[in-house]
Design a protein. Structure first.
Length: 120
């Protein structure tokens, strides 16, 4: 390796489906997975990813950037926040999330997403 690496979501390493309500495309760069996810209107983590994960809430740590759409994130212990285009976010494990409105939410995620929505 020469210290430079570039990948494109036009040719993802993997595509993971969200029970009919979206998908995540993953590329690996510098040995780390990065995802671009599309969450369709009506998507909710507990409904569309929970059955895949087998946990009552999302146990993945996210570090992301919202490209389009809006999403509400609710922590298991109560706090909530809404994010939209241009927002940079950090979310600890132990949360649910849902798309707001009738526009898909598209987000980049640089967090600990190696196993997010991964079917075993």
């Amino acid at each position: 390796m020469n210290g430079l690496e570039s990948r494109t979501f036009d040719k993802p390493d993997e595509k993971r489906m969200f029970e009919g309500k979206g998908f995540a495309e993953l590329v690996t760069v510098a040995g780390r997975p990065v995802s671009r996810a599309r969450f369709e209107p009506g998507w909710r983590w507990s409904t569309n990813i929970g059955p895949i994960a087998g946990t009552p809430s999302c146990m993945t740590s996210h570090l992301g950037y919202v490209l389009s759409g809006r999403m509400r994130i609710s922590m298991d212990d109560g706090p909530t926040m809404e994010v939209g285009p241009g927002d940079v976010l950090a979310i600890e494990p132990g949360h649910d999330a849902e798309v707001l409105g009738d526009e898909a939410c598209v987000m980049l995620d640089f967090g600990e997403i190696a196993n997010y929505a991964k079917r075993t």
